[in-house]
Design a protein around this ligand. Structure first.
Ligand SMILES: Cc1cc2nc3c(=O)[nH]c(=O)nc-3n(C[C@H](O)[C@H](O)[C@H](O)COP(=O)(O)O)c2cc1C
Length: 207
């Protein structure tokens, strides 16, 4: 089983990465494979609502990160999305990636457990977590929680290393994710099938 950890920060080895690494280390200790996927520093455009992805499972803009993430999501069993807090929200590039990856490639995420984590110098973390969690709940993904809010604090990785409770929260998140993945796998082995949900009704509050 494999968890894909998405580092939404422009800093490849910054605070968000430090927090994600703590989750990954704990997942590894619990026999779960991991990969940290960095979205990079190139400008990333948002979804242009062209609907060109419809039925294709890929974004029409083959500009790297988004379709790469969609492909990696197919092979993953669970996700952790990490974001630095920018103006009390996830950073803009990460939101562009998530809008496009979930719109074009939602099927690769559905029913797989996920967690959001946030890194901030001081504030805006719970608002950031709320935004990321909404991608998961719209895709029927079970949310994995921890023993406190999924956040670390700092302006540089050394600060995060001093946030002992933040790191503890990351480790407990890793343990909870590993446990849930194993429960889902045990369910599969014992004939528990995915729910067959219905999607016929789509109304825009018109009628
Ligand atoms: C454009 C910008 C906006 C930011 N806004 C906030 C904020 O609203 N609240 C906060 O506590 N930190 C804010 N920060 C600081 C970062 O969230 C914080 O340093 C974070 O831990 C950096 O993570 P990283 O090293 O993974 O990029 C902001 C940083 C930038 C560059």
């Amino acid at each position: 089983m494999k968890v894909l950890l998405i580092n939404g920060s422009p800093h490849k080895n910054g605070c968000t990465f430090t927090a994600l690494s703590e989750v990954a280390k704990t997942l590894n200790e619990n026999s779960i494979e991991t990969e940290i996927f960095h979205i990079g520093v190139k400008p990333i455009g948002g979804c242009v609502a062209c609907a060109g992805c419809s039925g294709k499972g890929q974004c029409v803009f083959n500009d790297g990160v988004v379709n790469e993430l969609i492909a990696k999501a197919k092979e993953a069993d669970g996700f952790v999305v990490g974001s630095p807090v920018y103006y009390a929200s996830p950073n803009g590039s990460l939101l562009s990636v998530l809008d496009r990856a979930f719109y074009a490639g939602k099927n690769n995420f559905v029913h797989k457990p996920a967690a959001a984590i946030a890194s901030a110098r001081r504030a805006g973390t719970t608002a950031t977590l709320e935004v990321i969690n909404k991608y998961f709940t719209l895709a029927q993904m079970p949310l994995v929680s921890s023993s406190y809010w999924n956040m670390v604090h700092g302006g540089k990785p050394e600060d995060v290393m001093q946030d002992l409770e933040g790191l503890q929260t990351m480790r407990n998140l890793g343990r909870n994710m590993a446990w849930l993945l194993k429960c889902i796998e045990a369910g599969k082995q014992n004939g528990i099938e995915l729910p067959q949900n219905e999607f016929n009704n789509k109304t825009n509050f018109i009628r």
